[in-house]
Write a protein that binds this ligand. Structure first.
Ligand code: SF4
Length: 327
């Protein structure tokens, strides 16, 4: 997946209609019509005041809110993009992260903070993750989680229980359009539209960044400056394999042992024994430099643009599921 893209939003309902579309069926069947209108407005007002309450809380001194946080669910994918930002083709074996460990880590983050603006579920291909519904249900049920996004490559139609779990005002499905590679995209859009599930199509032109095009001889000042300017490193965080990292690049390089591990550059979420997750997250947010930026083609927000989703030519590992086998 790439991070620069042209958006083409296919479903853009207003807030009122989005809320309305998720009212319980029993309420929708109320007669006469004015009762439905009252219920609809009441539901809108409750949600509106929930937003206001959240933003007042946001301004309270000492509160701790996180911006976007990626959650990597699996290293399995239906595509083999040679310039994959998550370096999925570099994994010697592809696997799903254990659901208990994963929920434990996510819960540790959610419990430690006052709110998270957005969780993005990604992989690999998140629709290959067998416990996807459990993750979505947990995030949907948390009052501290404002929004959930799931990023798919348009090659998979998930089963009905997963589709149903995507219903809700908090959730947005983002479908990357890689042309012929995203061969289930149109079918998926029809299903999502039929269920009133919100989705966006991500159109890519020549807009991926070559993350491997970097100069490792940068000075400390250049690294600090690059980190400060990177829109992925500062507001975003990445949860991978039981750790919270400053960005997906730092997560990927460390997870694949492609750079020396630096314990000051992540928060350990698996081991409960010495955990002060809130304090650790605050510490991570105050970091002004990141060693991974030395090995990143995106440093400073620039980078060489490349054609997206060029497929690597080699034999697929046999632990990878094909899109065709899943739908
Ligand atoms: S420039 Fe640094 S912060 Fe930004 S994505 Fe790369 S490693 Fe992460």
């Amino acid at each position: 997946m790439g991070y620069l893209r042209d958006f083409k939003t296919n479903v853009k309902p207003g807030m009122g209609s989005r809320l309305y579309s998720h009212l319980p069926k029993a309420l929708l069947s109320l007669r006469p019509i004015f009762l439905r209108k009252i219920t609809r407005r009441l539901f809108f007002l409750i949600t509106f005041f929930r937003y206001i309450h959240r933003y007042i809380h946001y301004l309270t001194p000492g509160s701790l809110y996180l911006g976007p946080v990626d959650i990597v669910l699996t290293t399995r994918c239906t595509l083999r993009c040679k310039d994959c930002h998550m370096k999925i083709p570099s994994y010697p074996k592809h696997y799903d992260y254990d659901i208990d460990d994963l929920l434990h880590s996510v819960k540790n983050v959610v419990d430690a903070v006052d709110g998270v603006s957005l969780f993005t579920l990604m992989g690999g291909e998140p629709f290959l993750y067998p416990n996807l519904r459990e993750v979505i249900d947990f995030l949907k049920g948390s009052m501290k989680v404002a929004n959930i996004r799931i990023v798919t490559n348009g090659t998979i139609i998930p089963d009905e229980s997963v589709i149903n779990s995507l219903i809700g005002t908090k959730i947005l499905v983002c479908i990357s359009d890689y042309g012929a590679l995203s061969h289930k995209k149109e079918d998926l859009k029809i299903i999502l539209t039929g269920k009133n599930i919100h989705f966006e199509e991500w159109k890519f032109s020549d807009a991926w960044i070559d993350m491997e095009d970097f100069d490792p001889n940068k000075s400390e000042a250049e690294i600090r400056d690059g980190y400060a300017k990177c829109m992925l490193g500062n507001p975003c965080k990445s949860l991978l394999n039981g750790r919270l990292y400053p960005c997906f690049r730092a997560a990927t390089l460390t997870n694949l042992c492609l750079k020396d591990e630096d314990k000051s550059e992540f928060v350990e979420l698996k081991d409960d024994s010495a955990l002060n997750v809130r304090g650790e997250i605050k510490r991570l947010l105050q970091e002004t430099s990141l060693s991974s930026c030395r090995y990143c083609g995106r440093i400073g927000g620039g980078g060489k643009r490349i054609t997206p989703a060029i497929q690597a030519i080699y034999e697929k590992p046999n632990d990878t599921h094909d899109a065709e086998n899943r739908s």
